[in-house]
Design a protein around this ligand. Structure first.
Ligand code: PMP
Ligand code: GLN
Length: 458
């Protein structure tokens, strides 16, 4: 802090005030005053955070937690063993700093693995950056590549940080919605029924557009973008010379024979795409906070500048463990014993279990094609509820808060994943996470069942 009292219009340093304060040695500012003086302008409007608020709520009350997205089952044995092996190694350097942009063994296997998936040779030293989770890869993208006044196209519903990170970089978010189409008669809606209007999307690309954020499979909807949809986005990016930040943290979590397509593999896209991944999501170990960014050197060089001047590098032992786990998966890629084949199979069963339970109580699930999230329409849910209408807060926020406190079941309100003008249109949806032990899903089902069987209050 430079110590200038900007808000008062005075240009007095703290040192001057301390020396010349007529009140004596004590400068009596309240906590609130100090906070207002200290806050940098780039934090304007980004100080509230859905995760901080709802993680706290879910832990304050005794809940069955289908809120924040993390598995409550353990990572597979080979992944845990890789970590134990890493920290028990005789190489004492495992406990020290390593290469800033990624430990050699991790960038090597990431280049080999994703080189194969993308169908191009990747240079471990220039096309791969290891980050503190996908969050830091995203943050580095926005800080490195978005300038004041640049427009960034965000497809909604969107993982909330895209809007906030755009704003922190001085950019302007430009939203384009996935429009729900009615499901076929008697069928549940699928995330695939939510689609972009090609003309509306094309109209968002202007001379000021710097980047589009793509998240497939999408959090919170679970949509897996089809090749045709990705080709449309790619064509517009190439035509308007726009970058693509492709958040693919749920790349392995696709169901019903759907296929995850990497937009960087489409013609003209490699040179303008940063692909973002997460070991936390890949290996069911969200607390490890190892992520990566893949892309051309011309873009990654700027992400490296942000990285070297902020976190510098991430935990060496965690990187070594992720490298080992990826090596094991590389050797059995697409084979039935692969974790990347096993995990989606297990999650698809959990998804179906939750779909059945929600349908039975009158909550309408949007069946996700991917991720471990499910959006649920509350419009026809008629279990007894007090009147939640008399507040400024969106309905889904009030509903989830009430459910946490009174029913002991946690979810996330979906309007948190929408821009301000759209929030009211989607505040009758909530999001459940189904990457949970069967006992947890059964406990949630029991709560919903009991609740739906209660008589309405007279
Ligand atoms: N992108 C999406 C779409 C997410 O849901 C999350 C949450 N895990 C992240 C990025 C951040 O991932 P990480 O935990 O690896 O930082
Ligand atoms: N990505 C996770 C989710 O969507 C968690 C995000 C967080 O806790 N910040 O639930």
């Amino acid at each position: 802090m430079r110590g200038i009292l900007r808000s008062s219009g005075l240009s007095l340093s703290w040192g001057f005030l301390r020396r010349n304060n007529p009140l004596g040695s004590c400068l009596c500012y309240s906590k609130a005053d100090m906070s207002a003086v200290a806050k940098a302008r780039r934090l304007e409007g980004v100080d509230k955070n859905i995760w901080v608020e709802f993680v706290k709520l879910a832990s304050t009350y005794k809940t069955v937690n289908l809120g924040q997205g993390f598995p409550n089952f353990p990572p597979p044995d080979f992944v845990r063993e890789a970590f134990v092996e890493a920290i028990s190694s005789n190489d004492t350097m495992i406990h020290q700093y390593t290469r800033a942009f990624g430990h050699p063994s991790l960038v090597t296997i990431l280049a080999k693995f994703f080189g194969k998936l993308l169908g191009r040779e990747l240079d471990p030293l220039t096309n791969v950056l290891v980050t503190v989770g996908a969050y830091q890869a995203l943050f580095s993208c926005f800080q490195a590549l978005v300038d004041d006044g640049d427009e960034v196209i965000i497809i909604e519903p969107f993982f909330d940080c895209y809007e906030l990170m755009t704003e922190m970089a001085g950019g302007i978010p430009v939203f384009v919605p996935l429009q729900p189409k009615a499901a076929a008669d008697g069928k549940l809606m699928s995330s695939g029924d939510w689609q972009l209007d090609p003309e509306e999307l094309a109209a968002k690309f202007t001379k000021r557009t710097k980047a589009i954020v793509l998240n497939s499979p999408n959090n919170p909807l679970g949509k897996v973008f089809s090749r045709k949809e990705l080709e449309l986005i790619a064509r517009l990016c190439v035509q308007h010379n726009v970058l693509c930040f492709s958040d693919e943290v749920y790349e392995w979590l696709v169901y019903d024979g759907n296929k995850h397509i990497r937009i960087a593999s489409l013609p003209g896209m490699w040179e303008r795409t940063v692909t973002i991944g997460s070991a936390g999501k890949t290996f069911s170990a969200t607390g490890w906070k190892v992520g990566w960014a893949l892309g051309p050197d011309e873009l990654l060089t700027h992400l490296r500048t942000v990285h070297q001047n902020s976190v510098y590098h991430c935990a060496t032992a965690a990187q070594v463990a992720v490298a080992r786990a990826l090596q094991i998966e590389y050797e059995r890629l697409e084979k039935p014993e692969s974790y990347f084949v096993q995990l989606p199979k297990e999650l698809q069963q959990k998804r179906d279990q939750l779909v059945n339970c929600l349908s039975a109580v009158g909550m309408k699930p949007v069946v996700p094609e991917g991720t471990y999230f499910m959006m649920v329409d509350l419009s026809d849910f008629d279990a007894p509820l007090p009147d939640l209408q008399d507040s400024e807060e969106p309905y889904d926020f009030r509903f989830v808060k009430w459910m946490i406190k009174n029913k002991g079941l946690a979810a996330i309100p979906v309007s948190a994943f929408y821009s301000t003008p759209q929030k009211k249109n989607f505040d009758h949806f909530i999001r459940f996470c189904f990457a949970k032990e069967n006992a947890t899903l059964e406990a949630a089902a029991a709560i919903l069942q009991q609740w739906s069987e209660m008589k309405p209050a007279q």
